[in-house]
Design a binder for this molecule. Sequence first.
Ligand SMILES: Cc1cc2nc3c(=O)[nH]c(=O)nc-3n(C[C@H](O)[C@H](O)[C@H](O)COP(=O)(O)O)c2cc1C
Length: 214
Amino acid sequence: MELYEAMSTLRAVRRLRPDPIPEDVLQRVLTAATWAPSGGNHQSWRIITVSDAELKQGLEDLYRPHWEGYIPGYEQHMQNMPSAERESSRKALESGTYLANHMHEAPVICVFCFNFDHITVTDTALDRQSVVGGGSIYPAVQNLLLAARSEGLGCVLTTLLCIEEPKVKALLDIPADWHTAAYVPLGYPVLGGHGPISRKPIDKMVYRNTFGNH
Ligand SMILES: Cc1cc2nc3c(=O)[nH]c(=O)nc-3n(C[C@H](O)[C@H](O)[C@H](O)COP(=O)(O)O)c2cc1C
């Protein structure tokens, strides 16, 4: 698939069929993740491909309450949206609820883990939250998403489960010095899958030379 087409049609696909993913397809998608850059090329992330039925159910059971907790605030936020945006947000909310109740059906849930010991972080001395460490993890997630999209697999980057890290670590035998950064359910889409995305135009997002300057 052409790269720009993949990027511009990579939307959140949360309704996934339980059909297995052929091993060669999965290997290609996982390999794409390993091609991502990371600070110092340390690649201090790992993916656990969770396909075991009980473990997937365990992840879903931990995820669902957090999704349910997220809904009221989001519905409140939707009330101030223009009607077209509200409609697409309503659909996203429905698909999110579907995922929260069917996550275990995804043939594979990719759990991205990372280790702080080898992650290059250059912004911890600032008086704000540190974000640079994520730059050594999330490019791998995005590579995986793009490869999945190219293979016709539905996928969505999720992070709600990160709050349950201690329980996930116990469930998946993750060592003490490793942490969780993202969860990506992967599978063939129930509905149309990926497609056109809605994003702000470039003139709202990009400035010339100084901030705010067009
Ligand atoms: C950092 C991050 C965390 C996200 N966490 C969740 C999540 O926990 N659950 C979920 O259903 N979607 C999650 N999403 C998906 C976003 O809701 C989705 O990418 C966004 O609404 C755009 O949707 P679209 O690509 O379909 O337009 C997350 C996305 C990002 C980038």
